[in-house]
Each structure stands twice: as structure tokens, then as C-alpha cells.
Write a protein that binds this ligand. Structure first.
Ligand code: M6R
Length: 614
């Protein structure tokens, strides 16, 4: 979704903003623009459709300089993705300019009202109404701050907004309403930054604070004043973000996705760090604020999430039900709030989200909260809404994930859910000590085992060359590896544009088996888990219909080796942890197929990294 960067200080704003926009490319966008206050008097705007390089080239041909500026990458919702609709948008006077993330839900009505007043529109966007409204109020009040405040009270929907006025060149105003993405304020020495996302400004500063909904920030080069929309002063909490800016660079890898796949040894190690005491065999998740008393009161957990995060939740359901014997439902967040879900006393709504800003997931959390549930989140982006609004959270600790296709932010929450299941069972007094110690000890080898899967990248790449021209693929799994079939299929379709279906293997005979022929690769998850024998017979059924079977199987498994046409091997692992490994060859497979096809792996068409609109 849209990305925002703003700068105010003593340096040239243009390279800082363009560099910040580069760091936000992963969010997904289709045009980009920059506005700089030249000599503190004149607003200069450059915008172009397509990739950021188009804007960079435009700025090289027609330079803009100044020490205050704002920039934007746009993911079109209203109006085509062309230069005219790209942000920033300037008002009629040429004195006010804005960038915006969100949808003005009442824009038709506002558009008509403004047009009736004689305002001429220069784009097809909903955003342009905002700048005209601000100008309308400036003409009455003379104050940018007051005008932004009044405007925000008039527009419906969720928004992140940054505004600059040539008549008040000592400030940038940023504001947030609801869940259209975050607004991050960065603190430098005699300079300040504004962004929609941490990586945009991470190489400038590690000191950041975050706006809550219905708060605005008046940012000058000396600091920031934060207020609610009704004028109540807020003291911002400045956090030090320890993410390494280098972690947001590709390094030796061709794509961020490939780098992030390989980072999983590290991210899984970091996921365990500080949470697992292997000596005592205990788990600690302090940010959940759990006690024996609160754990015993839990009657049900509803896991809610979207996409890949929902697949992690499906694995979590099996783990929590098996280990803690608490009933768990998994609800796709975009469905949850619209079906008037039943929330009984003792229910926990647990959201999983890499970005912590997914609109549907946040809305599901809100629905749970309104109905009296305790809300928890498993979230990666520090300071994100899902982390802040939850009653308790588990931080993923995987560092920035830039590739649109989620990889390390899939394996980490599965480990988090495993740890949560152990902790809950322990606190509820239902887990014998020896079992708890065994379960905890099993975690010890997970990072290394993930590393062994990664070492087989070349074998997987070989298979990718064979499958690169496939038109379809069927992924089958059962039990705890059934969600991995969904995830493998999602990875393939989102980056390689090959149609792929994930299916519970036992359901195959109820329909999808009709699809199987020599042109349909069948990827079967058949590690040594409790569903192994069932999967072996499923493979036989697919083979009997002429299907080409690729099995994800446990090293040395002669039976599967004989049955399948090709095996992707994982090392032996306790079955409850097997999804953390079985997904890795499928991530690598999808990556190499997309890379061989020459596709934009990190920014696949039509997709955004964090989906902040409905
Ligand atoms: O930031 P979130 O984890 O809430 O995002 C949820 C989904 O949008 C995300 O997992 C999406 O499915 C990815 N593209 C999958 O690779």
C-alpha cells in the first residue's frame, strides 16, 4: 500500500526522501512523487507513473532542492496509476501539498461540494479533496494546523496524512485516523523525519515514536508536538528501534525474498532467544502478562489473520489443541467481523500479522475487543497498531521483512504458537513436567534443522527449472502439514503467477482428483508425522492417475522415494515442529520458479506488503 516519507532539517531533502521511498518499494506501488519546498518559498512537485526509477530519472532531469519535503509511493485505489493521479497533490493556490494513505470514503459528496464552490480538480483521486478542504479552511482561519484538524474531522475512513505549506515553512504536519497504516516520527539532530513505515528512515535514525489514531504531529526540525484532534497534548514515547538497517538491504542475494528465506536460521534463533530456558525447560512470554489464574480462565482461542499469517494460525490450532487442550478456531480476518461472531466469556482473540497494520486483522481484533474478548497479537513490526492495541503480544523478532511474499514471518509465528501452547498448558497445570521438558528441548535444534533444509537449495532449484512452465500445481497435505499445502500454493501463485491450489489431501477424492493428469504437478507433504501413512496412500492414488508427484519427505524415507517422482528432503524432526521445515523447500521452489521466469519476485504485480485498506 502507499508509502510516505517526510523530512525537515538542514540537509537537502530530495535524496533523503528518494532514499526513503526506495526502502518503501516493498510495500507495493504503481507511481511515485516528491514535493520539496524550494528556498522555503515555492512548492516544487515531481511525479511519475511506474517504478521509482522513473521518478528518480525525472528528478535528475528536472532537479528539486530544499530542506523540507514529502514523498509518496502510491498503490492506486481511486483513479488510474498515472502521473496525474500520483501524490503529492497540490491545492489550487499552489501553497499547500499533501501525501496520503487511505481512502476518503465520503469523497464523492466532498467532491461535489467543492466543485459547487468552484474548485477545479486536477486528478481522479479521492485524496485531492483533502488538499482542497485544507485550503478552504486556511482561507478562513489562516492556520495550517487548525485547517488540517478541521479537515480530518470532515473526512470519513482511515487515513495517514502528511501536509506541507509554503506559508508555514517551519513545519510538517502528520496525522493518523484509524488503521490505514502507521505514522512514524523519526528523531534526528536538528532534523526530523516522518514515514509510514520504519525501514524508510532506519538509516537516518533509530529513535522513533508512533502516532495513535486521531492524533496529529506538528513536526519542526527541533522536535515534535503531538496532540489529539481535540487539542489534548500527548507526550510521545520515543523508542529505540534496534533493527539493523543492513537487514533492510539485499546484500549478496538477488532478491529480498531469497535473503529472507536464508535468514530463517537467524530469525528462528532470535525467536527462541530470551523466551526459552533450555536448562529449566520453561517458556517465558512476558508481554502476554499471563498468570495461572488468567490462563485457566481461557475457554477458547480464536486465531484471526490474513494470507500467510492465517496459515501459521492453522498450524497453531493443532499445536494449542494438542498441547494445551484449549479449543481453537481459525478465522480469516476479513470474514470474522461481518458474521457477528459469538464470543463467550473466556475467549481470547489472537491476531497474527507481520505488518501489524493489516486493516482486516485490526478490524477483527476490534470486533473481538468490543465483544469482550481478551486480545493478543503475534506481530513483527515494532510499534505497529496490532502490537499496541492488544492486551498482550508476542513480538516475532525476525527483523524487517521486505519481500512481499512472507517467509521468515511465517516460520517464526509457528514457533511462537508452539511456545504459547506449552506456556498455556504449563500455567493451566495440564502438562506433566517431563513432557514439558521434552517439548521445550525439541526446540533446541530447530534453527539448525532449518539450515539443513536451506543447504538443499540447489536440488530445489533443479526442480524449479523443470516446473517453470507449468500452468497449474496442486499442493496436498494432511493434519499439521495441511496448512503448509495452502502456504506452498500461495507462495507459488503470488510470485510466479502460476495457478496453484492447496488442498487437504483426504479431500482429493471428493473432487480435485479429476484434475490430475501428466501435466499437473502434485506437491505432496509427506514427512514422518501422524498422517504419514495416509499421505503415502494419497501419493499412490495420484500416481495411479498419471500425476507427477513431488514429495516433501523425511531424509532416508525409501518408501516415499520409490513412490514419488521427485523428493524434497527435510531432516528428521518431531512432528509438531515439522511445518517449520516442510515449508522451506516450498518457499525455495516458488522463489526459483519466479526468478527463472524473470518476474519481479519482491514486488509481484497487484500486491502490497501491508494491506491497509479493506
Ligand atoms: O502483515 P500481515 O501478516 O498481516 O499480512 C497478511 C497477508 O497480507 C500476507 O501474509 C500475504 O498473504 C503475503 N503476501 C503472503 O506472502
Amino acid at each position: 500500500m502507499c508509502g510516505i516519507v517526510g523530512y525537515i532539517g538542514g540537509k537537502d531533502a530530495t535524496p533523503i526522501i528518494l532514499n526513503g521511498l526506495r526502502k518503501l518499494e516493498y510495500r507495493g506501488y504503481d507511481s511515485a512523487g516528491i514535493a520539496v519546498l524550494n528556498n522555503e518559498t515555492k512548492i516544487e512537485v515531481r511525479r511519475d507513473a511506474g517504478k521509482l526509477d522513473n521518478l528518480v530519472n525525472l528528478v535528475a532531469r528536472e532537479p528539486v532542492t530544499g530542506s523540507i519535503g514529502i514523498g509518496h509511493t502510491r498503490w492506486a485505489t481511486h483513479g488510474e496509476p498515472n502521473a496525474r493521479n500520483a501524490h503529492p497533490h497540490v491545492g489550487t493556490t499552489g501553497r499547500v501539498v499533501i501525501v496520503h494513505n487511505g481512502i476518503v470514503e465520503n469523497y464523492q459528496e466532498l467532491h461535489e461540494e467543492l466543485a459547487a464552490e468552484g474548485v477545479t480538480f486536477n486528478s481522479d483521486t479521492d485524496t485531492e479533496t483533502i488538499v482542497h478542504l485544507i485550503e478552504r479552511y486556511i482561507s478562513k482561519t489562516g492556520s495550517l494546523e487548525e485547517s488540517v484538524q478541521k479537515t480530518l474531522q470532515q473526512i470519513r475512513g482511515a487515513h495517514g496524512l502528511v501536509v506541507l505549506s509554503a506559508d508555514e515553512p517551519d513545519k510538517i504536519i502528520a496525522a493518523r485516523i484509524g488503521n490505514a497504516g502507521g505514522v512514524v516520527i523519526g528523531y534526528g539532530e536538528d532534523e526530523m523525519f516522518v514515514a509510514s513505515d520504519i525501514p524508510a528512515i532506519l538509516d537516518q535514525t533509530h529513535r522513533m515514536s508512533f502516532l495513535e489514531s486521531r492524533q496529529m504531529a506538528i513536526v519542526s526540525r527541533k522536535g515534535v508536538i503531538v496532540k489529539t484532534f481535540d487539542g489534548k497534548p500527548i507526550t510521545p514515547v520515543i523508542q529505540t528501534i534496534n533493527w539493523d538497517p543492513i537487514a533492510a538491504e539485499k546484500g549478496e542475494f538477488r532478491h529480498f525474498m531469497q535473503k529472507e528465506i536464508h535468514e530463517q536460521v537467524r530469525s528462528l534463533t532470535d525467536t527462541l532467544a530470551g523466551r526459552v530456558d533450555f536448562e529449566k525447560g520453561i517458556i517465558q512470554l512476558p508481554q502476554l502478562n499471563l498468570t495461572s489464574e488468567t490462563a485457566r480462565k481461557i475457554s477458547k482461542i480464536i486465531i484471526t489473520a490474513c494470507g500467510t499469517a492465517a496459515h501459521a494460525g492453522m498450524v497453531g490450532k493443532i499445536l494449542i489443541e494438542r498441547i494445551a487442550r484449549i479449543p481453537v478456531e481459525v478465522d480469516i480476518a476479513s470474514e470474522f467481523r461481518y458474521r457477528d461472531p459469538i464470543i463467550q466469556p473466556g475467549t481470547v482473540v489472537l491476531a497474527i500479522s507481520q505488518s501489524g497494520e493489516t486493516a482486516d486483522t485490526l478490524a477483527a481484533m476490534e470486533e473481538g475487543r468490543l465483544k469482550g474478548a481478551t486480545t493478543w497479537s503475534i506481530v513483527n513490526a515494532i510499534g505497529s497498531q496490532a502490537m499496541r492495541v492488544a492486551d498482550g503480544y508476542i513480538s516475532m523478532q525476525v527483523g524487517p521483512e521486505i519481500g512481499v511474499a512472507s517467509t521468515k514471518a511465517f516460520t517464526a509465528p509457528m514457533v511462537d504458537l508452539y511456545m504459547l501452547a506449552i506456556l498455556l498448558a504449563d500455567l493451566r497445570g495440564t502438562l506433566p513436567v517431563d513432557q514439558r521438558k521434552k517439548l521445550v528441548n525439541d526446540l533446541r535444534l530447530v534453527p539448525d534443522l532449518a539450515g539443513r533444509c536451506l543447504e538443499r537449495e540447489l536440488e530445489v532449484a533443479e526442480l524449479a527449472s523443470e516446473l517453470k512452465d507449468s500452468k497449474n500445481a496442486l499442493y496436498l497435505g494432511r493434519g499439521i502439514n495441511m496448512p503448509i499445502a495452502y502456504e506452498g500454493a500461495l507462495k507459488l501463485k503470488e510470485i510466479s503467477y502460476i495457478h496453484a491450489e492447496g488442498y487437504p489431501a483426504g479431500e482429493m477424492k471428493h473432487g480435485p482428483i479429476a484434475l490430475i493428469d501428466k501435466d499437473m504437478p502434485v506437491i505432496a507433504l509427506a514427512p514422518k508425522d501422524p498422517w504419514y501413512e495416509k499421505m503415502a496412500s494419497q501419493i499412490e492414488q495420484a500416481k495411479a492417475r498419471g500425476g507427477k508427484v513431488i514429495a516433501v519427505a523425511t531424509e532416508e524415507d525409501k518408501k516415499i522415494e520409490q513412490l514419488a517422482d521427485f523428493c524434497l528432503w527435510i531432516p528428521p524432526v518431531p512432528w509438531m515442529l515439522s511445518p517449520i521445515l516442510t515449508v522451506i523447500p516450498l518457499q525455495i521452489l516458488a522463489y526459483h520458479i519466479a526468478a527463472i521466469r524473470g518476474l519481479d519476485v519482491d514486488q509481484p504485480r497487484n500486491l502490497a506488503k501491508s494491506v491497509t485498506v479493506e
